[in-house]
Design a protein around this ligand. Structure first.
Ligand SMILES: NC(=O)c1ccc[n+]([C@@H]2O[C@H](COP(=O)([O-])OP(=O)(O)OC[C@H]3O[C@@H](n4cnc5c(N)ncnc54)[C@H](OP(=O)(O)O)[C@@H]3O)[C@@H](O)[C@H]2O)c1
Length: 209
């Protein structure tokens, strides 16, 4: 797949590396073409290139939003026409909502007109996005959104990162659950002191994958 990643911090770069390793073509979207701080990652994999944000978006069929919530308005205006693309929203607002909207997914939908938004990869830390393997077990991840075909794409992208399963938590209306889940994970990792090398796994009886 051709994937544009907007936000080239910890999450954006982890996802870029994982998906490039799995064979996807990655377009890191920048506001200015300053590649200096990204040089190491660019040297690591020829499938990762940088573009200005609108060009990264044009090249790609998947757009990953991995920037802070306060940038959502600006990025929504910069991306251009994205109604035919799948948007993966990884952003956690944590009391920093893109007003007047309560969630970044709602804001992206309203400001870009794109209905194909899937929330995913927000419920765990960057350590787990980089490496979902714990001894001999892989942890799970979770998604929500309205388009079933798009969810199949995101599920495959989760497998490509090494997650065991990407549970479908339901439609767009279930996105707040995933945001609460991110807070739940952060509480365990940071407030309760278990540390970021902690991951969630669902056990299930008698339901085929
Ligand atoms: N860290 C985690 O474990 C984790 C896990 C799941 C989800 N998330 C969510 O993922 C998002 C990114 O987190 P992160 O930890 O990767 O943050 P980060 O390391 O601080 O990176 C944020 C990136 O967004 C870029 N950015 C900020 N404003 C921008 C704008 N207006 N246009 C384009 N790029 C912009 C920054 O660029 P500059 O460096 O040039 O400022 C930086 O590359 C957040 O919303 C967070 O809630 C984080």
């Amino acid at each position: 797949m051709k994937i544009a990643i907007i936000g080239t911090g910890q999450v954006g770069i982890s996802l870029a590396k994982g998906w490039a390793k799995a064979g996807h073509e990655i377009y890191l979207g920048l506001k200015k073409l300053n590649t200096q701080k990204l040089q190491t990652v660019l040297n690591l994999n020829e499938r990762i290139v940088v573009r200005l944000i609108p060009d990264a978006v044009i090249e790609s069929n998947i757009i990953v939003m991995a920037m802070p919530p306060e940038s959502v308005k600006e990025i929504s205006e910069l991306v251009g026409e994205i109604r035919d693309k799948v948007v993966i929203d990884t952003i956690n607002s944590i009391m920093n909502y893109p007003e007047p909207y309560y969630s970044t997914a709602e804001a992206i939908k309203a400001w870009t007109g794109c209905e194909r938004i899937i929330k995913c990869f927000n419920t765990t830390g960057v350590e787990n996005l980089s490496n979902p393997l714990y001894d001999n077990s892989k942890i799970d991840t979770f998604m929500a959104g309205d388009n079933e075909d798009d969810k199949m794409i995101v599920k495959q992208l989760a497998y490509d990162l090494g997650f065991e399963e990407c549970y479908d938590c339901g439609g767009f209306d279930k996105i707040p659950l995933l945001e609460s889940m991110a807070l739940f994970w952060m509480n365990l990792a940071f407030m309760q002191g278990y540390g970021p090398d902690i991951g969630l796994k669902v056990l299930q009886r008698g339901f085929p994958r």
